[in-house]
Design a protein around this ligand. Structure first.
Ligand SMILES: Cc1cc2nc3c(=O)[nH]c(=O)nc-3n(C[C@H](O)[C@H](O)[C@H](O)COP(=O)(O)OP(=O)(O)OC[C@H]3O[C@@H](n4cnc5c(N)ncnc54)[C@H](O)[C@@H]3O)c2cc1C
Length: 362
């Protein structure tokens, strides 16, 4: 497993519980924040519960309502499914500990520098020079490319995250807050405060200021709607400057060409990148990791695995793309429709979830 986010960790848990020899390499030595809205729907919750890690037991706070505001328009609707908010440092750490408990060797604080196929086997070189060999590799490096196996993607968006202290507590709602040049999500955070997360289109002039300075980000989001301005008035960052990641290729989907790599299974953001806050990237990563473990145990080749995962993720990818596109092109009209017919907002939210029942317990 290269990468210990949700995708890599779930693959490691499932493989180790089935008795396979598993090594997971995660470049961060300790739990840390990631750029993420931290919204988790029933599909993510179902997979976590199937692993023996129910979200409420990890301290997740429930989210019951969706809200969309643009200019002076503001719509609210009851979510058609249960949802939660949980800091990524908590979620990712719980998964890595479960992988180690299941018997996987978890190497933290060392990165994979290169991976190459040699004599029918993968040869993986770590940042400290150690070379490991494995019959199969799960590529789960998320937003980060592994040299020689990078996704072929155009210029991407900038993702920002800023945990906040608000002057008044938020309801149990996830708020979608479009603004000129992007959109943000705001929801309560387990442990207090709120999580503000934004996706800024590439090429937006001055986008660097928002990444360097929390006040600039708050001003940009506040300018998008009266609701954002009211909620963010008096807000202060819980950390210093926003956490930032550049080049997020929203809409990317991996497709094997003639050069498909034998024994290399792509999962999570390395397989597909769903538009943030419109879809549920964590659920897709968890589902992909679980499916990769099953494919490896069944001896399914990566090309067939990738085709199956593509089918599973197609509907949420298309609906999230549509919602994110409308938030960019006509946010005011979208808020008016959601206010007049909340059933439309509920239907769209339901369509962004992974199809099918929650996976069975491992
Ligand atoms: C702005 C924004 C908001 C979002 N909001 C939400 C949301 O509210 N809900 C939701 O479900 N999804 C959200 N997402 C998407 C979600 O964050 C991702 O889809 C999810 O984290 C993908 O999981 P992953 O396991 O593929 O990758 P990651 O979570 O990125 O994990 C990859 C891991 O690999 C490690 N790594 C990288 N390179 C190496 C290497 N060479 N060697 C070893 N380790 C390596 C990294 O340290 C990292 O821990 C959001 C994304 C963005 C950008």
């Amino acid at each position: 497993m290269i990468g210990g986010g949700p995708a890599g960790a779930v693959a490691a848990i499932r493989l180790a519980r089935a008795g396979a020899r598993v090594l997971l390499v995660e470049r961060e030595a300790a739990p840390r924040e990631k750029v993420c809205g931290e919204f988790l729907g029933p599909d993510a919750a179902g997979i976590m519960a199937s692993l023996g890690l129910p979200l409420p037991a990890l301290g997740a706070v429930p989210i019951r309502e969706g809200r969309l505001a643009s200019g002076r328009h503001d719509a609210a609707w009851a979510l058609p499914f249960p949802a939660w908010s949980l800091p990524r440092a908590v979620l990712d750490e719980a998964l890595l500990l479960a992988a180690a408990d299941a018997g996987a060797t978890v190497l933290r604080g060392r990165a994979v520098a290169a991976a190459a196929r040699e004599a029918g086997c993968w040869s993986v070189r770590l940042s400290d020079g150690t070379v490991l060999r494995a019959p199969a590799v799960v590529l789960a490096t998320g937003k980060h490319e592994l040299r020689g196996h990078a996704r072929r993607v155009p210029r991407g968006s900038v993702g920002l995250k800023l945990p906040l202290r608000l002057s008044a507590p938020l309801d149990a709602a996830v708020l979608l807050l479009p603004f000129a040049g992007g959109y943000a999500g705001l929801q309560p955070r387990a442990g207090g405060g709120a999580n503000l997360c934004a996706a800024i289109h590439p090429g937006l002039s001055g986008a660097g200021a928002e990444a360097r300075d929390g006040a600039a980000l708050l001003a940009r989001v506040s300018a998008g709607s009266a609701l954002a301005a009211a909620l963010l008035r008096g807000a202060g960052p819980l950390a210093g400057r926003p956490l930032a990641v550049a080049g997020i290729p929203y809409g990317f989907r991996h497709r094997d060409g003639a050069e498909a790599e034998p024994g290399l299974y792509r999962v999570g953001d390395q397989f597909a990148v769903v538009p943030s806050l419109a879809g549920d990237g964590i659920a897709m990563a968890l589902a992909g990791g679980a499916a990769a473990a099953e494919a490896i145990l069944a001896g399914q080749d990566p090309r067939a695995f990738h085709l199956g995962l593509e089918r599973q993720l197609d509907r949420p990818m298309r609906w999230a793309g549509l919602i994110a596109g409308l938030m960019g092109a006509a946010p005011g009209a979208l808020a008016r429709i959601a206010r007049a017919v909340p059933a439309v907002a509920r239907l769209a939210a339901a369509r962004t979830r992974l199809p099918g029942p929650a996976p069975r317990a491992a």
